[in-house]
Design a protein around this ligand. Sequence first.
Ligand code: HEM
Ligand code: HEM
Length: 135
Amino acid sequence: MDRFARWFIIMSIVYFGIAAVLGICMLFSDKAMAFKFVHSHLNLLGWVSMMIYGVGYHILPRFMGRPLYSQKLGDIQFWAANIGLVVMLFFYMLNVYQPSGAYVALTVIGGILEFVSIVLFFYNMMKTLLPKAQA
Ligand code: HEM
Ligand code: HEM
């Protein structure tokens, strides 16, 4: 299994654990409800998307009987997805405690990096799955 595929799966389980603890806190405390966006995106961009990235990188090229289009892009996507998610959610939380334009800007930058990672996955998978043009 490629290193980035394995680490996507490991990180997805880590985010799942953190999101579940935050979900329980939200059940107990109204204050924790301010972090609903953090809980939902730890689950949906962390647990769900990263599990799909990891399993998808391993299995989908094998379904096609050919290697992944680019290992390098897979590696870059791993870092973009993880740094993007952590930056977006960390500065979102800081902004809840102490609203500031700088924190909002950094939250948006994290979100854009997350979006870049989605585009990289889309491109790498399409290049792997679509039939090659005839020469
Ligand atoms: C231990 C497990 C979990 C607990 C205790 C938990 C708890 C919560 C709570 C208390 C809320 C706020 C509900 C409200 O607005 O009144 C919430 C929202 C949400 N949770 Fe979870 N959750 C858990 C697991 C998950 C999982 C596995 C996912 C997705 C894969 C998920 C996705 C969401 C989403 C998308 C929202 C926002 C829904 C909305 O805006 O209405 N949660 N969760
Ligand atoms: C580039 C990635 C993403 C960004 C920047 C992003 C951003 C946002 C923002 C700004 C909101 C509104 C939060 C609020 O009302 O306070 C939101 C809500 C939501 N998003 Fe995303 N999102 C992303 C990816 C996703 C994905 C991949 C899913 C599902 C698989 C998803 C599911 C949801 C859901 C269910 C809500 C409503 C629950 C909530 O308010 O937390 N998002 N998202």
